[in-house]
Design a protein around this ligand. Structure first.
Ligand code: ZN
Length: 292
């Protein structure tokens, strides 16, 4: 059939490119689309959440070691904190939304390093790396946004996107903006909340398990210590004032990868090699949680 011939021709081209070391042109190498695959559920220009397909259709070369596909059939939502466009949309992001325990700003600009590296850029970068690592393990990954909208989403919409994807886990990626000398990462867990639209009774336990796994693997992968300014050295903090957690109906945590306002932490956060380690730690934490 014409379609089959076209697929065969594309596969041959793909293998040729692989042999030439032309990674960026291939599906499964970063975010390059696979021309032989059916269209994804995300229309071009869509402002909704972006889904990554679970598997490249191009067969791996015979010499490649067996892949770890332990997350096949699993769905993970990755929520890049803030949005690089938020600072130009203060009116929109300052509108109040219901977070169950309170009414709070739709979203915030996030923090930045002293030199001006924005948290919103950091969260997108780590989220992309995390997505690629999870997809490589077979997971379906949904991003709550990909800077493909001018601002937001609002925190309540971030929770709704996470819930609607019916994922096995949700991770919101952030970096903190605390005082100089405050260093290290921490993972924020949902508190037990039952108020208004918020009811976290079912997610408190599994979210803690997810958070403990991520804290453990994050420390190992990055070689950095848990926060020295909260969490009592555990790298875990529980909060009831975050709409993204209060309104979640699926296991969810926030990862604060470090303190952007501290020069020593900032040096790590601005290193692409360190961000890859951070993503690796988060991915391994999610994998160990899902693998039980
Ligand atoms: Zn943040």
């Amino acid at each position: 059939m014409p379609n089959d011939r076209r697929k065969t021709a594309r596969r041959s081209l793909a293998l040729l490119l692989a042999a030439a070391g032309c990674c960026a042109a291939l599906a499964g190498c970063g975010a390059a689309p696979d021309p032989a695959a059916p269209p994804s559920d995300k229309a071009p220009g869509s402002r909704g959440p972006s889904a990554s397909r679970t598997a490249p259709s191009t067969p791996a070369p015979a010499s490649t070691a067996p892949e770890n596909r332990s997350l096949a059939g699993r769905t993970v939502v990755v929520d890049p904190g803030h949005n690089p466009g938020n600072f130009q949309h203060s009116k929109e992001i300052n509108q109040k939304v219901n977070i169950g325990t309170n009414r709070k700003e739709c979203d915030t600009t996030g923090t930045s390093t002293e030199a001006g590296y924005a948290e919103a850029s950091f969260t997108l970068d780590v989220s992309h790396r995390l997505r690629d690592l999870l997809v490589a393990r077979g997971a379906k990954v949904v991003l709550t946004h990909d800077a493909d909208r001018p601002w937001g989403p609002c925190v309540d919409e971030r929770a709704r996107i996470g819930n609607a994807a019916r994922p096995d886990a949700v991770v919101s990626v952030h970096a903190d903006g605390s005082a100089v000398g405050n260093r290290g990462f921490h993972v924020i867990l949902p508190a037990r909340v039952r108020e208004g639209a918020a009811d976290t009774a079912k997610i408190v336990g599994p979210s803690r398990e997810l958070g403990e796994r991520i804290a453990d693997r994050f420390a190992r992968a990055t070689g950095t210590a848990p926060s020295n300014y909260l969490g009592g050295g555990t790298g875990l903090d529980v909060r009831d004032d975050l709409g993204g957690l209060n309104l979640s109906t699926v296991p969810k945590v926030f990862v604060e990868c470090g303190n952007m306002r501290d020069p020593k932490d900032a040096k790590l956060l601005t290193s692409a090699a360190w961000r890859q380690k951070a993503a690796q730690g988060i991915a391994e934490g999610i994998a160990t949680y899902l693998e039980g």
